[in-house]
Design a binder for this molecule. Structure first.
Ligand code: HEC
Ligand code: HEC
Length: 229
């Protein structure tokens, strides 16, 4: 089993371009994906926009090094002073090399919806809260519970109930905050207002788990305390 796993992992790493290794070793994948927008644009969209543009590499190296805002919207990318010139060169060359075919292969599958009834009212979500045929939460929701109550609770309240320091995120969800919006705020932070930036610490997958847990709490599908898994 171990031999099999090693056999699978090593060639994949060896085949990884140096720039992709830099991206995976840094915080890039907290905010970017190859084939779809997360907080920042899809790397494939950056490659497409800057293809045939003279001096593109220097422009993008500058953007990653010093941070950037305005080309893709009003969310800022933070600076990356920890990357060396060589790492910047490698990571930007890799981004520019991404083709539409690679991007399509990396795109997520289209969403399904899940319906639940709470106190006679229907709630429709784009993720499952429970495992099929049970009232036990999915592994993702459970992971969201663990992450929330390890990292977010000290300001946003235990079991996502809110506190005097930070808003009740259940209310944010009921007011319409989507997973993408929560991911954006959590990765970028609002430092001036006391909300830390979590890019580099969490992946979008972790934020998805936190969102699903908070949404489950918001719609009263998940109770206080440890949910049954
Ligand atoms: C906290 C979120 C965040 C992190 C972390 C992040 N980015 Fe970005 N990135 C963004 C956003 C948002 C934009 C769009 C900025 C704009 O509109 O100009 C962006 C834009 C870019 C662009 C296009 C810049 C332009 O001028 O069009 C490149 C290239 C890029 N990022 C690469 C990277 C790389 C490489 C890393 C890791 C070293 C990284 N990003 C880490 C959020 C992030
Ligand atoms: C050190 C305290 C602190 C921690 C820890 C913290 N937050 Fe926050 N968060 C805040 C504060 C303060 C605000 C309100 C900022 C403002 O007024 O815009 C906030 C706002 C937010 C918002 C915006 C809510 C809205 O309706 O506008 C989201 C989403 C959020 N936090 C997610 C998280 C997540 C997810 C975690 C855990 C990974 C987390 N926060 C951890 C302090 C914190």
């Amino acid at each position: 089993m171990l031999v099999y796993a090693v056999g699978l992992v090593l060639p994949a790493l060896a085949a990884m371009p140096p720039g992709e290794k830099v991206a995976r070793g840094s915080n890039c994948f907290s905010c970017h994906a190859v084939g779809h927008k997360v907080v920042g644009p899809a790397f494939a969209a950056v490659a497409k926009r800057f293809a045939h543009q003279p001096g593109a590499k220097a422009v993008l190296v500058h953007a990653v090094k010093f941070g950037h805002v305005g080309t893709w919207g009003d969310i800022p990318m933070p600076p990356h002073p920890q990357l060396t010139e060589q790492q910047l060169d490698e990571v930007v060359s890799w981004v520019l090399s991404i083709s539409p075919t690679t991007a399509r292969a990396a795109a997520p599958a289209a969403g399904k919806t899940y319906r639940y009834t709470v106190d006679g009212k229907q709630v429709t979500l784009n993720f499952p809260v429970y495992r099929p045929g049970t009232r036990k939460v999915t592994a993702t929701v459970f992971r969201g519970y663990e992450l929330f109550n390890s990292y977010c609770f000290r300001c946003h309240g235990e079991d996502a109930m809110g506190s005097e320091y930070a808003p009740d995120l259940r209310q944010s969800v009921l007011n319409g905050m989507t997973e993408a919006q929560m991911t954006q705020i959590a990765m970028v932070g609002r430092k001036a207002k006391g909300m830390p930036a979590w890019a580099g610490f969490f992946s979008p997958h972790d934020l998805k788990a936190i969102y699903e847990y908070v949404a489950g709490r918001a719609h009263r599908l998940v109770g206080q305390g440890t949910p049954p898994e």
